[in-house]
Design a protein around this ligand. Sequence first.
Ligand SMILES: Cc1cc2nc3c(=O)[nH]c(=O)nc-3n(C[C@H](O)[C@H](O)[C@H](O)COP(=O)(O)OP(=O)(O)OC[C@H]3O[C@@H](n4cnc5c(N)ncnc54)[C@H](O)[C@@H]3O)c2cc1C
Length: 275
Amino acid sequence: MKPHNFSIEFFPPKTEEGTEKLRLTRTKLAELNPKYFSVTFGAGGTTQQGTLDTVVEIRKEGFDAAPHLSCVGGTRDSIRQILQTYKDHDIHRLVALRGDLPSGYGMGGEFRYANELVEFIRAETGDWFHIEVAAYPEMHPQAKSPQDDLQNFVRKIQAGANAAITQYFYNADAYFQFVENAQKAGVNVPIVAGIMPITNSSQLMRFSEMCGAEIPRWVRLKLASYGDDSASIKAFGLDVVTQMCERLLAGGAPGLHFYSLNQAAATTAIWKRLV
Ligand SMILES: Cc1cc2nc3c(=O)[nH]c(=O)nc-3n(C[C@H](O)[C@H](O)[C@H](O)COP(=O)(O)OP(=O)(O)OC[C@H]3O[C@@H](n4cnc5c(N)ncnc54)[C@H](O)[C@@H]3O)c2cc1C
């Protein structure tokens, strides 16, 4: 089953070579006809220009694109300026986040949490933007408890978010439980499942450690057993992630958002297998 609501995430390239590579990746992924592409935003504004440039380029190619906007370290003035720039470029879609500054930087800035950012965007720009926020089926790593995290998620929706995209996960039950609990708490916006293809086990372990996504034991053991055999890792990853996507869609997930890491092959392979 192919989802109607299908989006693909990039990060803004830092070099000319990376920019060229992303253009090629995009040409391939455009064939899948996603609803939109999104482009991450380095916390503290580190990729502000790169995010904008990438979004503008995608839009020139005729695709919708959403910049992410993280508020940590930002001030009302700096965020207001960014919102105005997005409006000037006729951008109507945003992914609104708190972001994480590198350890040792503290939080800084005038926003503490993403709900404050969403509130600010609505107060400043009304309904101009379609706003998506982050959701954590396996709990955000800094949250006090799953219940607390859910309440904080609800705050972002109440502040005016139109939809949510989840952190990636490999346990569909965690997603279904989260959606059910969110709905019981009054949330009725789409909660799109974030999907991370599996292509490289050490990178996956590192990312998952940082963001709190659990790799099921059996998946970890299988990946470890393949050692450096990249072809087997990719083939296994493709099976595991495709089967999970099928389950998510059959169980009512309103869409899929692929963390592409600026690579086309894995997202394309999963997409083609979803019939
Ligand atoms: C789809 C998606 C896209 C992402 N894109 C980016 C990106 O482009 N750039 C980037 O830097 N990072 C990005 N991230 C990572 C994200 O910034 C981190 O996960 C960050 O730690 C939390 O951001 P948030 O918006 O979910 O924060 P919040 O919703 O503010 O939550 C952060 C923590 O604070 C708690 N909390 C929230 N509100 C309150 C409150 N009012 N009172 C008390 N506690 C509260 C929550 O329970 C949680 O533990 C993305 C994550 C996802 C899932």
